[in-house]
Design a protein around this ligand. Structure first.
Ligand SMILES: NC(=O)c1ccc[n+]([C@@H]2O[C@H](COP(=O)([O-])OP(=O)(O)OC[C@H]3O[C@@H](n4cnc5c(N)ncnc54)[C@H](O)[C@@H]3O)[C@@H](O)[C@H]2O)c1
Length: 447
């Protein structure tokens, strides 16, 4: 099948590469010419495990092509995926201007029947607006091509994007025409052959809303657990035990029940806000989501508060903190809305100095945030001379550090663990003052 993908970011590049890997002929387009010329030479603009190997082999097999020319991409596709960004605007709405801009341009270039697939996360009603824009431009030049627009929101997780795309739990497709439905079923058939995942067809508004509802539900679990963690701290309960207790109820399940320093990334924060905005535009109020968002905004500052409590001062001048982890979660270099940025800004504001290490995200963090940070390229070197270490992103590298080396390098053996990676007793036995989220301090501590 001939496929074009417009917008070659985290979603577009994974989509294009995985579809090429199934034997399709894929053209990926992006307005960022630097990105495109790098990709032609096999240079990945993002860190995503497993993607480089697939990219190389499909470029070599001549199934995967890159262009910055939209007209060329349109001519190359009977299926045209829209995977451009939809960031939050200043009011929390999803900014769909890139989606609508591309839609209008499609109308300028489409010559034959094609299916335009809205994969970007967009508010209910956007796919209909995409169809309208295309029709407007087709009509303006008296073009006779017919176009079906379908909604196919993406559910991949950064860090596991390739396996999520190759083995999806479900593929949601909102569709109006029977022909488009058959073609979409054929396109995705190789991804659901084993029968573990399935293609679910529905109407277009329901597909658009399913994406927001899924992210909002997951974000709700996280904010809920962060509030439970606060109650644990106030009462002496242990959030690990509460989590295990409720997670064993199969109506609840074990996933997404981990308290921490709040959710970040390019999806949850903006999608929660955008869904709340959709509701308010309709004269409805999603009180739950407004609370989910405000709990999360506060949670991102929780380590800064714990540090100020520990040192019994709002003034942290003269202190240096080592930060382990800058990306918003492990196995990605994506730093959008990363809690690390809020924590570091809070500590700098209080007068502290920052040394930071991340296995892959230093460069993207440097580009995104103008913060006064002494970046280190080794996790232990990052600790040298610091008053304490903050574990912010739970990369595997930080799971079992050499605690005696950590203690030697730090000025004082103090860990602020924003991801509950260590057992309090284990850290205490090694002489650390160990402060985590929602877990009581060790009784009779020697530290
Ligand atoms: N990143 C994720 O984990 C994820 C998961 C599911 C859904 N989504 C959704 O998918 C969409 C894309 O997200 P992303 O993380 O891949 O974004 P991204 O910022 O990584 O990539 C978007 C790409 O679109 C390009 N672009 C912008 N305007 C363009 C235009 N007019 N023509 C061609 N290219 C253009 C940009 O240069 C960029 O390379 C968003 O709506 C997002 O909410 C993201």
């Amino acid at each position: 099948m001939r496929i074009s993908v417009i917008g070659t970011g985290y979603v577009g590049l994974v989509t294009g590469t995985c579809l090429a890997h199934m034997g399709n002929n894929v053209t990926c387009m992006d307005v960022d010419e630097g990105k495109i010329s790098g990709l032609r030479r096999g240079i990945l603009p993002i860190y995503e495990p497993g993607l480089k190997e697939l990219l190389d082999s499909n470029i070599q097999e001549n199934r995967l092509h890159f262009t910055s020319d939209l007209q060329e991409a349109v001519a190359a596709g009977e299926f045209i995926f829209l995977t451009v960004g939809t960031p939050a605007d200043g009011d929390g709405n999803a900014d769909i201007s890139s989606v609508l801009q591309v839609a209008a341009q499609l109308g300028d270039f489409i010559e034959d029947y094609c299916i335009v697939i809205v994969k970007s996360t967009v508010p209910v009603g956007t796919s209909a607006r995409v169809a309208g824009k295309i029709q407007e431009r087709l009509a303006a030049r008296n073009a006779t091509a017919t176009v079906d627009v379908v909604s196919n929101p993406e559910f991949l997780k950064e860090g596991k994007a390739v396996s999520d795309f190759m083995n999806p739990d479900r593929i949601i497709i909102g569709v109006e025409s029977e022909h488009a439905r058959e073609r979409m079923e054929a396109l995705y058939a190789p991804f659901v052959r084993t029968g573990e995942g399935s293609v679910m067809f529905m109407d277009i508004p329901s597909a658009e809303l399913t994406k927001y509802a899924a992210n909002a539900m997951l974000a709700t679990r996280i904010s809920f657990m962060n509030e439970i963690a606060a109650i644990c701290e106030a009462t002496g309960a242990n959030v690990d035990q509460v989590r295990a207790g409720i997670g064993s109820d199969d109506r609840i399940g074990r996933r997404f029940l981990f308290p921490g320093v709040g959710y970040g990334g390019s999806c949850f924060p903006k999608d929660v806000k955008a869904l709340a905005r959709t509701a308010s535009d309709l004269g409805l109020q999603m009180k739950v989501l407004e609370a989910v968002d405000s709990v999360n905004v506060a949670q991102k500052k929780i380590l800064v508060e714990k540090i100020k409590d520990h040192y019994k001062s709002d003034d942290l001048s003269g202190k240096t903190f080592a930060i382990w982890g800058l990306s918003f979660k492990p196995e990605t270099d994506d730093v959008r809305e990363s809690p690390a940025a809020v924590i570091i800004a809070g500590l700098l504001d209080a007068g502290a100095k920052i040394q930071a290490y991340d296995p892959v995200a230093i460069e993207s963090f440097r580009q995104h945030f103008d913060l006064d940070i002494d970046y280190r390229d080794d996790m232990y070197d990052c600790l040298t001379g610091a008053n304490a270490v903050l574990l912010v992103t739970e990369w595997h590298h930080f799971r079992r550090p050499d605690f005696s080396r950590v203690a030697e390098l730090l000025q004082e053996p103090v860990i602020f663990d924003g991801r509950n990676q260590y057992e309090p007793q284990y850290a205490d036995d090694r002489g650390f003052t160990y402060i985590s989220i929602g877990r009581p301090p060790v009784l009779n501590s020697a530290g």
